[in-house]
Design a protein around this ligand. Structure first.
Ligand code: 9MR
Ligand code: 9MR
Ligand code: ZN
Length: 555
């Protein structure tokens, strides 16, 4: 709209400035809480970045008071430099839609208290994986917008780099990695591993959830069908000798166009041992989880997993692929943790005693140590958890004790880290590329510890992770597109930037602030803090699956 006023452009500029200031003030909401909501029967807290003594919870619509209390604090939040107070309204369990009110401040964003508060969010973020499908057309509706693209990357991929001849090999399918359309074996590892872990830990809560994907009408649970989409692609990433190609990508990152318009050739790149181990782990895990619904497919997965394992045994040294000529994602990583994970999944699926001995040797070498936070480059936790929760006989009781003890100590350190700051962020003061994904993934450690020692702290801190990502942060905003209050509008995502819909594709967790708590920018150009990625979404899927399972009504 053109602004034409009698006093001319200066007044127009002033008016724009005023509007901008108002918007900025609105953006720094002082009452920060989970803008999606809370589960009855669990703690409920907000962080207030202002001096205050009392607060109220009011009905979102008629503003009638339903709860009041005194805040605690102040706490000096070292990450943000703020002095904050905490409003605790845990005692409010009556389902409804509310806002938090503090005299002198703008009311908080609306939020719900409801037993099903995580159901729609779980569907949204898991459907995010479906919308990431490559090699096929996808379509989704959200809040009145339609998000779609035609079948893409049907030429995947070329063998030039690995075979020295210009020939195609079928690598169609899988999920795009992130804001870019490339496909990387290593990142598929942590992603699929985290989602299968969600299935293995919380299957009974997830089994009947419909995701409205093309396979929804078959007899297989939708979450498993979505996983199978990626597993089918991984099968194609295995070379004849059992090794795995490290990635299938363009040479440079492409433009912000819809995926079907990206016609630049994509190449298989050389193999690596981390990629091969991750492929072995996933296919072994897929084999046992998909067996009840498709035994023939399960056999294929297991045969491939075994071939990958045999290749690894014949190539005991860490081998990183030579990726020269490619500027796309690196995902280069040391392989000991990947091998440990592969051993764990293969043993769990087959019961092979030699693999168990190998696995336990690796656990000793790693001091049975859990990583307090982990992403694509650290998959040891996945292996340790599979080992710990196995129902198979034959494990060394001393090893089991080591792993248990380490798990509980690690969970304790996460609880302690959450307690230090004003926002109960389980990752404490660590901020790096993709840290939002790590916050979500910490719930895996917390929920595992809760299984071993049912301390309420573990359960509640895993919900704190979600509270933080959905608005209890310095921005008072949700970090997930299409969800909660003032979610990211400009993620680094080629589909969102390349289509005509103003809203971004929904259901995606952005990487998050770094190097400091306040360095996130909702700007498409800022791929360091505002990109989306399958590994981070998978962690969020786990966290939300865990929250579905935490609904006290379910037990
Ligand atoms: O768009 C790319 C994003 O998907 C990657 O995560 C990121 C880091 O590897 O790189 C982005 O690409 C940028 C490139 O590295 C530098 N030039 C600008 C590109 C953004 O379009
Ligand atoms: O998640 C990756 C992060 O740990 C790295 O620091 C970063 C830079 O190498 O790359 C991230 O992964 C990107 C990948 O390389 C390309 N696709 C997008 C990924 C998310 O930004
Ligand atoms: Zn594609």
């Amino acid at each position: 709209m053109m602004l034409t006023t009698r006093s001319g452009p200066r007044a127009a500029v002033l008016l724009l400035l005023l509007t901008a200031t108002a918007t900025a003030a609105e953006k720094s909401s002082k009452i920060r809480l989970n803008t999606v909501g809370y589960l009855p029967g669990h703690p409920k807290q907000a962080t207030i970045a202002a001096a205050c003594r009392t607060f109220q919870v009011i009905h979102a619509i008629d503003h009638s008071k339903v709860f009041e209390g005194e805040v605690t604090g102040p706490i000096d939040d070292l990450d943000t430099g703020e002095r904050v107070h905490i409003a605790d309204f845990s005692a409010l369990n009556q389902p409804g839609t509310y806002r938090l009110r503090v005299e002198g401040l703008e009311d908080s964003a609306p939020f719900r208290i409801a037993a099903d508060v995580y159901l729609a969010p779980f569907v949204l973020v898991t459907r995010g994986m479906f919308l990431w499908r490559c090699g096929t057309a996808v379509r989704g509706e959200h809040s009145g917008d339609v998000f779609e693209h035609a079948a893409c990357h049907l030429e995947d991929g070329w063998l030039d780099v690995v075979e020295g001849r210009h020939e195609r090999r079928d690598g169609v399918g899988g999920w795009h990695d992130a804001g870019d359309y490339n496909k990387y074996t290593v990142n598929a590892g942590i992603t699929v591993g985290s989602m299968f872990r969600a299935w293995e830990d919380f299957g009974p809560s997830l089994r009947t959830i419909r995701l409205d994907i093309p396979e929804s009408s078959n007899a297989t649970p939708d979450l498993l069908d979505e996983l199978r989409w990626e597993v089918e692609w991984l099968l194609k990433m295995q070379a004849a000798d059992g090794s795995a190609y490290h990635k299938l990508t363009t040479r440079q990152f492409g433009a912000f166009v819809p995926p079907e318009d990206e016609k630049t050739p994509r190449f298989f790149t050389p193999w690596g041992t981390a990629a091969t181990a991750d492929l072995a782990a996933i296919l072994a895990q897929a084999s046992r989880n998909l067996r009840p619904n498709d035994p023939a497919f399960a056999d294929r997965c297991l045969a491939s997993a075994r071939r990958a394992w045999a290749f690894l045994e014949a190539h005991p040294n860490d081998h990183r692929p030579d990726l020269k000529g490619f500027q796309t994602g690196g995902y280069q990583t040391a392989d000991p943790d990947d091998r440990l994970w592969a051993a764990a999944e293969l043993w769990e699926t087959t019961g092979d005693a030699a693999i168990l001995r190998d696995l336990e040797r690796r656990i000793v070498t790693a001091d049975a140590r859990f990583d307090v936070d982990f992403d694509w480059s650290e998959v040891r936790n996945l292996g340790l958890l599979t080992y710990l929760f196995s129902g198979r006989p034959g494990r060394d009781p001393a090893r089991i004790d080591d792993v248990k003890r380490n798990l509980v100590t690690t969970a304790d350190s996460i609880v302690a880290a959450a307690s230090e700051g004003g926002y109960r962020r389980p990752l404490g003061r660590r901020y790096y590329w993709g840290c939002n994904g790590s916050v979500a993934r910490q719930t895996m450690i917390l929920r595992a510890a809760y299984r071993v020692e049912p301390r309420q702290d573990y359960l509640e801190t895993s919900l704190d992770a979600l509270n933080h990502l959905l608005g209890r942060n310095v921005y008072g905003r949700s970090f997930v597109t299409g969800l909660g209050d003032r979610p990211p509008m400009h993620p680094h995502d080629r589909r969102s930037g390349g289509d005509r819909v103003p809203a971004p594709w929904p259901g995606y967790l952005v990487g998050g602030p770094h190097p400091t708590a306040s360095s996130w920018r909702d700007d498409q150009g800022d791929y360091r803090t505002n990109e989306i990625a399958i590994n981070w979404n998978a962690a969020l899927i786990y966290a939300m699956a865990a929250a579905l399972d935490a609904d006290p009504g379910r037990h």
